[in-house]
Write a protein that binds this ligand. Structure first.
Ligand SMILES: O=C(O)CCC(=O)C(=O)O
Ligand SMILES: [Fe+2]
Length: 345
């Protein structure tokens, strides 16, 4: 991996990419320099996605005050009494809902104690179809702040990242965007990880995300770790107002294994509770997922490293394996669910 001392995530090997060139006004002078910066950023994204499957972004288009307010309002909601929070607990998914994930408050510490030492508020799917979120009324600005942030992820950050991944893969311009034109159920998760106790140290078990990619906003506590190729878990030191971006299974398959869906986990802090937000960029459930022919040769599938599947099938498989009281020893199989579609060399 290339080294960019000034840009790296402090003492670690994670790329930190400044996206400001992509927001520069054309014709304002310095177009050539901006074009070069964009090219360099795309090159570094390519290296990061092929190597570690994740990178950090700054100047990503979400105002820093909005990020601060989002974490503050999440903290306020989670600080409320359990009875109040449980009022916003998930309803069973409605028939025909695109997502099977119930939206609302989940106290994972109570519901899934064998797995996580956390609680979560799930928001989505985007749009106002069945299964969309019922927001708490206290704090009163919860809905407004969360929907604004959700909007920034959906309309600003994710489309830019989608384009950058497209270009980093060397795909024809806009291909990934066109492929993903029917996307309609991104999700936003607000997490509260309790500080570790003697019996509960796991914030979240190791997993890979099934989606295209996930964007995480974390506070200054730390605990998010990524698995490197050599088997080491490397923590991501919090960088103020940065977002952490990780590749999910769908991009791994579409890119024919070029970009890596990366295993990650959250280790509870011994001193402090941790708050974070995770935005999952999805594709439609009926979407067919298969390596892009543009990357493997137009006429033959001989080079394909994965067989094709409908996205819903992957989610269903994951749902069947990912039981609330999952034995940690079985977690590895869940993490590698995508191997189900892997083809022999
Ligand atoms: O809270 C975090 O930092 C990570 C959350 C996560 O991995 C997820 O929602 O998939
Ligand atoms: Fe994740």
């Amino acid at each position: 991996m290339a080294h960019h001392a000034a840009d790296q995530n402090q003492d670690h090997d994670f790329e930190l990419i400044d996206l400001s060139p992509f927001f520069a006004t054309p014709g304002a002078g310095g177009d050539l320099a901006v074009a070069k910066e964009k090219e360099a950023a795309i090159r570094r994204i390519r290296e990061a996605c092929s190597d570690s499957g994740m990178f950090l972004i700054v100047n990503h288009g979400i105002p820093v005050e909005a990020l601060d307010e989002t974490l503050a309002v999440a903290r306020e909601f989670f600080a409320g009494p359990d009875e109040e929070k449980l009022k916003w607990s998930p309803r069973p998914p409605e028939p025909g809902a695109a997502s099977t994930l119930p939206m609302g408050y989940v106290n994972q510490a109570a519901v899934e104690s064998a797995r996580n030492n956390s609680e979560v508020f799930r928001m989505g799917p985007t749009g106002s179809g069945p299964g969309s979120t019922v927001y708490p009324t206290n704090p009163t600005r919860f809905r407004e702040i969360m929907e604004r942030t959700f909007g920034y992820f959906v309309k600003t950050v994710a489309p830019l990242i989608e384009t950058l991944i497209n270009d980093a893969l060397g795909l024809p311009p806009d291909l990934l965007h066109q492929y993903n034109s029917e996307r309609q159920w991104d999700i936003l998760l607000a997490y509260h990880y309790f500080k570790a106790t003697e019996n509960k140290k796991v914030g979240s078990f190791p997993h890979k995300d099934p989606n295209l990619f996930t964007v995480v906003l974390q506070d200054d506590v730390g605990g998010l770790e990524f698995l490197r190729g050599d088997g080491r878990w490397i923590p991501v030191s919090p960088v103020p107002h940065s977002l952490v971006l990780n590749i999910g299974d769908v991009i791994e398959v579409l890119s024919n294994g070029e970009f890596k869906s990366v295993a990650h986990r959250v280790v509870s802090s011994r001193e402090k509770d941790r708050y974070s937000l995770a935005f999952g960029y999805q594709i439609g459930g009926k979407k067919w997922v298969e390596p892009f022919a543009e990357l493997t040769g137009q006429s033959s599938k001989a080079m394909n490293k994965f067989k094709g599947f409908h996205y819903n099938e992957l989610l269903q498989l994951l749902g069947e394996m990912y039981k609330p009281n999952l034995d940690p020893n079985d977690a590895f199989a869940v993490m590698e669910v995508i191997n189900h579609y892997a083809l022999p060399d």
